[in-house]
Design a protein around this ligand. Sequence first.
Ligand code: HPA
Length: 269
Amino acid sequence: MSDAAALLLARHGDAARADVALILGSGLGALADAVQDAIITPYAELPGFPVATVSGHAGRLVIGLLAGRRVAVLQGRAHVYEGTPPEQLAVGVRTAAALGARTLLATNAAGSLRAEVPPGHLMAIADHINLLGINPLTGPNDEAIGPRFVGLGDAYDAEIRAHLHASAAAAGVPLAEGVYLAVAGPSFETPAEIRAFRTLGADAVGMSTVPEVIAARHAGLRVGAISAITNLAEGMSDVPLSHEQTLTSAVDGARALQILLTTALPELP
Ligand code: HPA
């Protein structure tokens, strides 16, 4: 078991258990405030956890009740561009799995490659393209967690995706669907890269999520993932891209995400 999970179970017993892991991306952390009976632990207290260094990422694990489900909320994440070693990008998900999570819901802020999916809208991730240049499973394999080689043909669970769409329709929240392409960053893309990524089949671009999804599939978790679109990708609009722009625009997505997730959680597979 992960050292962090052992510590949490020793401190809090069964109150530290959860069945859904939720990762909240840039500017999307507010949902963690809605967790009831919350056990809040800064990542700095959790052995093995990378400490998130980016503004907009609180860097704490919040365990408790959300919409009637026991959740382990990773409020903030580490990224490749922070210099986080690949295997450390798996620690949060593995900790949640050791606490009992069988499902991962990952969220992120992303740029849209489709003009009809503008800032403020949400996109369910149907598949990904990993251009991060790393894989969190690189290195010795821990057979106790999962197999050496992991299939990703069904990484984004079809039943969870259908449930997200049904929940979005019930809540009146527009929800697109598409392919998420992950780059290492921290620079944003060039217009030529965005044109190339569109040719590759990408609908949204961001700097996260893929490592956690791979780690979750390795550990046998079912995965759903949602991008909150904060901007049209570089070259598609005149709005200059910056982290501040991402955080400001994430506010609308965060509101939609809160409605969608609280609607989806009670019956989430
Ligand atoms: N590119 C990469 N990452 C991002 C973007 C983008 O346009 N928007 C939010 N995160």
